[in-house]
Design a protein around this ligand. Structure first.
Ligand code: PLP
Length: 238
């Protein structure tokens, strides 16, 4: 947090906060969020809180939104999407909540960029929201089971150190003593094993040497994927 505090100069207008986090699956505690809020208050910086994974939190972990502090009246914008909670990835429908004083500018930008949401997406969104609790909870439960299984299946791999994921449907793993870059591993996994993963480099330099796995396909395909990943790394080490 000190490091972040030092980085906020006079030209910084907004901070993008994403918890639960893509790609690591990290979930920030209430304490840290409150500290970040205070820091933004000190520098008069807006917080754009990307909460698209807020319903995807592992049991025992709690999601905390900075909007709980100012109710989106002062400096917090909340970005929500239906794509993660309801499996509507790619349908591009969501909600933005923010301070009244800044909304006219946002509306202008939205009007220019989006115009309106296609009708079939509106219908799908309405159905998802009407069945909100059932569909969202089922999806979260499913992901938890998948995640647990994925960790078990890859636990014995020496070449990959899977980090704990407390939220989202992602698992983030560090390549141990890599002889290949994460980009090469991702390309080879795709070409030789037909498993698509994202190299951490795509999220910035801090992601170098990591791979992101998205458990968004069926249980059976996740299982097959884990087997192929294991075989891939075994063949690299033998
Ligand atoms: C953190 C985060 N925010 C926003 C989005 C975009 O969501 P949508 O599919 O609704 O455009 C994604 C999608 O991957 C994401 O990971």
């Amino acid at each position: 947090l000190d490091e972040l505090d030092h980085l906020v100069g006079p030209r910084v207008k907004a901070l993008i906060l994403n918890t639960p986090h893509n790609p690591t699956g990290a979930v920030y505690s209430e304490e840290i969020i409150r500290e970040i809020f205070s820091m933004c208050e000190k520098h008069d910086v807006i917080i754009i809180s990307d909460e698209v994974y807020s319903r995807q939190v592992s049991p025992g972990k709690t999601f905390f939104s900075p909007s709980t502090i100012d109710f989106c009246k002062e400096r917090v914008f909340v970005v929500h999407s239906l794509s993660k909670t309801f499996g509507l990835t790619g349908w591009r429908i969501g909600v933005l909540t923010g301070p009244d004083s800044l909304m006219p500018s946002i509306q202008l930008a939205a009007e220019a960029m989006l115009s309106c949401v296609p009708p079939f997406i509106q219908v799908a969104a309405a159905v998802a929201l009407q069945r909100m609790n059932d569909s969202a909870n089922n999806w979260v439960d499913k992901i938890e089971v998948r995640k647990k299984r994925f960790y078990q299946d890859l636990d014995a791999l020496e070449a990959l150190d899977l980090q704990q994921s407390d939220g989202t449907f992602y698992c983030f793993g560090r390549l141990v003593a890599p002889s290949l870059s994460a980009i090469d591993v991702a390309n080879q996994l795709l070409e030789s094993s037909h498993v698509a993963v994202v190299p951490g480099d795509h999220f910035g330099t801090l992601g170098e040497g990591y791979l992101r796995f998205a458990l968004t396909t069926s249980d059976q395909d996740c299982l097959i994927g884990a087997q192929r990943i294991s075989r891939f790394f075994d063949s690299k080490l033998s």
